[in-house]
Structures are given as structure tokens and as C-alpha cells.
Ligand binder design. Structure first.
Ligand code: ADP
Ligand code: MG
Length: 569
């Protein structure tokens, strides 16, 4: 009994397939990139599992990816000897069920083919791209460690349903056969395949072999028999770890291609930094800043971070111990010479080597950002728009780096009154009034609320710049920033307002006079409000509004109090 069944795709998968076929047509060659990338991931997974169970190699330890065509049958076949899949895994990963990324992917689609094609890898829906060029896809697989009788065949025409059956499959790993659509014969040409593989998959670390027919004359040389044409496997890619090469020997295009692979992103990175570190710990890091925020940047369990390698052997994806949360958008590779090959996630936690690598890598990333800010301000603005909110988590999470982090921050301020966050703290300090000692800021629920805060009245009148903070994270940020270049931060809504340094003697005298004159009124208001307030004071804060609420110097701000209430605390 092969336990054959026909199953329907979920509505979202159907939608996705339709879209793949009809709207990504002008980028159709990307399917090969996606399938090779899956094969490479599968081999990485096998290597990793085999670290603790060597039997999984089944005497076939040379991991590779094989591409072949059959012109008569008009098929293109990709084969890997990676981890393979069990029946349940096929259902879970390839089958009916829309993965978490699918809906998000569909929502992000813009109708612009180039942009949409770029989204595929990022959302983990790459396998389906096979249907751009194929009207039938047959996937046969056997999971490493299971017997040949545990082979599984999945087949679909990319419309509403697919079939699943058990088959005998001696070879470990996965074979994907694409039955090419009418008019897609170019993918039967080894010249064409070679050029696509070189373009997209040169950096893949395993050999990608292309089965190429050799004319009969060639064949004669070895065997002597006047033979029929034969097929020879030729390695198409370089299959070397790019990061292990010296910087001068890696081209920008190669760096970009590797980025697209590790980040599952089709767009080019904004910047990268590649370093071989030799000192207490020996490692190589190649770290990238993406150009745009991934869709899951705000998910607690966002995937695809920095990949960990040990001596060029892939160990794990998304090793969260290698980057702090506030740099979770960083992508890339770290290759250590000091860790054992059988290192586990548990071992990484609290490992001195990892701590050393992390702090070194964080410095590299912050340095890269600082260079970008200094030398390419327009690109830094782009970066800030995508990741500024994440970087603002930094000072709270990484006290040791609060100074370089503070230099990277950008704010909106009363200097321009524009919502765009473009003011660096150094700009603010350079514009401070003679006698001004503090960096003033106001926090609120939104930029508009901050901009119209009554607390700003006197500052506007005196021409003192105030930072306008309207994002949720700002409150958290300001509770961790205490000073910048020796200038303390001060909320305009907290404590007694002391503009001492910027006030003239005449102004001070006038305040004193006003205070005395209104003392009886203040007393009456104090009595009327009683326990409900801590104090009632005359203030020089306001110029147009009659009164405002102020919190104590060391108390929680009103805004933070609201946020905590909302969070149920
Ligand atoms: P992603 O690779 O981003 O997860 P894909 O749609 O490309 O998304 O693949 C979906 C899943 O199918 C993979 O995560 C993997 O679990 C499984 N898969 C695809 N191709 C292979 C393969 N060649 N070998 C083993 N598993 C595979
Ligand atoms: Mg994939």
C-alpha cells in the first residue's frame, strides 16, 4: 500500500501559486536559485545533525547538488543528498499548509514584478517558484536515517491539489523534477543553466554539478571505444567559503550574492563589513546591513540572523547569542576557529568565546554604521528609516556601547519641527544657547502630540531647541540615556524648570516678583486640589496656556505611566 492520497492546497497557497505563475514571469529564472538554496540548506542540516549521529551519512559523506536535464522528456532535475524529508515533513513544509510567511507575503505584494520577486526568498515560499516554469513538479525524498521504504513522492500541477504517496527510494535526500511548461525549453540548455547557477549560486559552499553531454569524440580518449555520447558531471560553482578569502580577492558582486543567500533577500545590502580577527579569539565575520526591514522585524521569534560556522562547517542559523536583540536586523556569517564542531545552542549560552566574538562583532557593526553616517549621510538616513526604532533599544540593552550608540541616534526636534528624524545629538549640542547646560526633550504618544506639547512654550519663545520624541520606544530610550558629551538630558515635562543659565537677571527678577504676587492664588489651588497633586507651583514654562501637569524629577513620566497601564502593569 503506497498510501496514496490527493490533498487540496489551502486557499492562501493556491493564491500564492497563481501569483508565482502569472506575475513573476519576467524573473522566472529565480526558481533555480531557490531550489539550489533549499538543497544547500538540506545538506547543511544533515551535516549539523550528523555531528551527533554520524550514521546519518550512510557511507555517503560527500554532500553535493546535482542538476540534470532530459531533453526528450523535457524535464529538469535537481538532486541533493541532504537531510531529506519524512512524509509528515513533506506535508508540513511543502504541502497543503500555508506557512506563517505566506499571508504576510501576499499582503506585501506591490504588483511591481521586480519587487515582488525579491520578496519570495524572504518569506520562505521559494519552493513554489518551481511552478513559474513547470506545469508539473514531482518531489521524491527520503529522510536521512530512515529506510528506503520510507521514501515519499509529492506531485502537483500547481493548481488546486497535490498527491502524496509512499515509494521505495534508496537514495537519501531530495530529488525535484520539473516538467517544463510549453515554451520553457531554454532551461534544457546547459549553457543557460550554467549561466544562471554562476549568477545566483556561485557562493554555495557545496559543489553544484551539472550533467553535461559530451560529444562522442571526447569520450574516445579515455576508454578507446568509439562510443555513444556520454554525460559528464561538471562542477559549475566555486564552492569555496567566500568569507575565508582575503577582502581584496572578493568582488562586490560576490559579496552581494552571498548576502542574498544568507539573508533570503533579493535586494542588495546597504553595507557590509568583512573582518578576520586574530587575537584572543580567532574568527572571521562578514556582517551585512540590509537595505530594508524584513517583514518579521517586530516578531518575537523573527528568523534569519547571523549564521554560525566552525572552521567553514555550518553549525546553525540564527545564533541569537552572536548579536544582541537591538541588532537583530544584521545578517551574515561568523566563522570561529575556537569552538568545537559539536557545539550546541546550550553550549553557546555563556560561552566565553561567543561573548568575545559578540562584543567584537557589535563593535564592527557600530563602526560600520558610524562610517556610513559620516561618509554617506543619505544612505544612513535610509538605514535610520528602516531600523532606527530598533537601534533605539540599544542603550537600554547594551550599556557598554551607549556612547557610540548615542552618536548614531537621530531625532526630530523643534529646530525643524519636521517629523523626519534627522537631528544628531552632536548637531543639537552645537546649536545649544550660551549658558544652556542640558539637552531638552519631550516625550508623547505621537510626534504631533510632542510637537504641540504645552511644555514647549517657553522653549520656543527663548529659541531653545527641544527633541520631539513620539515613538513608543523613546520613553525606554530616554530612561537609559543620561548624558551626551557631558550634557545631561532633561525632560521639559519633569521637575522644576531651571533655565537659569539662559535667563537674564531682569527675567529672574521678574519671575520672583510674579511668584510673590500670585502666592495667595497658588495656595488656594493647592488647598482645592489637596491630595490629588503633590504640589502646585508658579511656572515659567508656559507662555500661552494657563496651567499644565508636571511630574516629579525622579518620577515616571506621565507617558510611561500610560504605557505601563496599557501593558497591564
Ligand atoms: P524556505 O527555504 O525559506 O524555508 P521554501 O519554500 O524554499 O522555504 O522551502 C520550504 C521548506 O521545504 C524548507 O524549509 C524545507 O524544510 C523543505 N525543503 C525544501 N526543499 C528541500 C530539500 N531539497 N530537502 C529537504 N527539505 C526541503
Ligand atoms: Mg528556500
Amino acid at each position: 500500500d503506497t498510501h496514496k492520497e490527493t490533498l487540496g492546497f489551502q486557499a492562501e497557497v493556491k493564491q500564492l501559486l497563481h501569483l508565482m505563475i502569472h506575475s513573476l514571469y519576467s524573473n522566472k529564472e529565480i526558481f533555480l536559485r531557490e531550489l539550489i538554496s533549499n538543497a544547500s540548506d538540506a545538506c547543511d542540516k544533515l551535516r549539523f545533525e550528523a555531528l551527533t549521529d554520524n550514521a546519518l551519512y550512510e557511507d555517503d559523506g560527500e554532500l553535493k547538488i546535482h542538476v540534470a536535464v532530459d531533453p526528450a522528456a523535457r524535464t529538469l532535475t535537481l538532486r541533493d543528498n541532504g537531510i531529506g524529508m519524512s512524509r509528515q515533513e513533506v506535508i508540513d513544509h511543502i504541502g497543503t499548509i500555508a506557512k506563517s510567511g505566506t499571508r504576510a507575503f501576499l499582503e506585501k505584494l506591490s504588483g511591481d514584478q521586480q519587487k515582488d520577486a525579491n520578496l519570495i526568498g524572504q518569506f520562505g515560499v521559494g519552493f513554489y517558484s518551481a511552478f513559474i516554469v513547470a506545469d508539473r513538479v514531482t518531489l521524491t525524498t527520503r529522510r536521512a536515517g530512515l529506510g528506503a521504504e520510507h521514501g515519499v513522492r509529492w506531485e502537483s500541477e500547481g493548481a488546486g491539489e497535490y498527491t502524496l504517496e509512499n515509494v521505495e527510494h534508496a537514495a537519501r535526500g531530495t530529488e525535484v523534477v520539473l516538467h517544463l511548461r510549453e515554451g520553457e525549453d531554454e532551461f534544457l540548455s546547459d549553457w543557460k543553466l550554467r549561466s544562471i547557477i554562476t549568477k545566483y549560486s556561485d557562493h554555495i559552499q557545496l559543489p553544484v554539478l551539472l550533467a553535461t553531454p559530451k560529444p562522442a569524440e571526447d569520450a574516445g580518449e579515455e576508454g578507446g571505444e568509439a562510443a555513444a555520447p556520454r554525460v559528464v558531471d561538471e562542477q559549475v560553482n566555486k564552492a569555496s567559503a567566500l568569507w575565508a578569502r582575503p577582502r581584496s580577492e572578493v568582488s562586490d558582486d560576490e559579496y552581494k550574492a552571498l548576502y542574498k543567500h544568507v539573508a533570503h533577500d533579493f535586494e542588495e545590502p546597504l553595507a557590509w563589513t568583512h573582518n578576520r580577527v586574530e587575537g584572543k579569539y580567532e574568527y572571521t565575520s562578514l556582517l551585512y546591513i540590509p537595505a530594508r526591514a524584513p517583514f518579521d522585524l517586530w516578531d518575537r521569534d523573527s528568523r534569519h540572523g547571523v549564521k554560525l560556522y566552525v572552521q567553514r562547517v555550518f553549525i546553525m542559523d540564527d545564533a541569537e547569542h552572536l548579536m544582541p536583540r537591538y541588532l537583530r536586523f544584521v545578517r551574515g556569517v561568523i566563522d570561529s576557529n575556537d569552538l568545537p564542531l559539536n557545539v550546541s545552542r546550550e553550549l553557546l549560552q555563556g560561552s566565553k568565546v561567543i561573548d568575545g566574538i559578540r562584543s567584537g562583532s557589535v563593535k564592527k557593526v557600530l563602526g560600520l554604521l558610524e562610517d556610513l553616517a559620516k561618509n554617506e549621510p543619505a544612505r544612513y538616513t535610509e538605514f535610520w528609516q528602516s531600523f532606527g526604532r530598533v537601534l533605539k533599544e540599544g542603550p537600554g540593552e547594551d550599556w557598554a556601547n551607549r556612547e557610540p550608540l548615542a552618536r548614531l541616534l537621530r531625532f526630530a526636534s523643534t529646530h525643524t519641527d519636521a517629523e523626519e528624524q534627522s537631528v544628531a545629538l552632536a548637531d543639537y549640542v552645537a546649536r545649544m544657547k550660551p549658558g544652556q547646560e542640558k539637552i531638552y526633550y519631550v516625550t508623547a504618544d505621537s510626534f504631533a502630540a510632542a510637537k504641540h506639547s504645552p511644555h514647549l512654550e517657553v522653549f520656543r519663545k527663548k529659541g531653545i531647541e527641544v527633541l520631539l520624541l513620539g515613538e513608543r520606544v523613546d520613553e525606554w530610550l530616554m530612561s537609559h540615556l543620561t548624558e551626551f558629551e557631558g550634557k545631561p538630558f532633561a525632560s521639559v515635562a519633569k521637575g522644576a524648570l531651571d533655565l537659569g543659565g539662559v535667563e537674564s537677571e531682569a527675567e529672574k527678577a521678574e519671575h520672583k516678583q510674579v511668584e510673590e504676587r500670585f502666592e495667595p492664588l497658588v495656595k488656594r489651588v493647592r488647598e482645592a486640589l489637596g491630595e490629588r497633586v503633590k504640589d502646585v507651583r508658579m511656572s515659567s514654562r508656559l507662555t500661552d496656556s494657563p496651567a499644565c501637569l508636571v511630574v516629579d524629577e525622579h518620577a515616571m513620566s506621565a507617558h510611561l505611566e500610560r504605557l505601563l497601564k496599557e501593558a497591564g502593569q
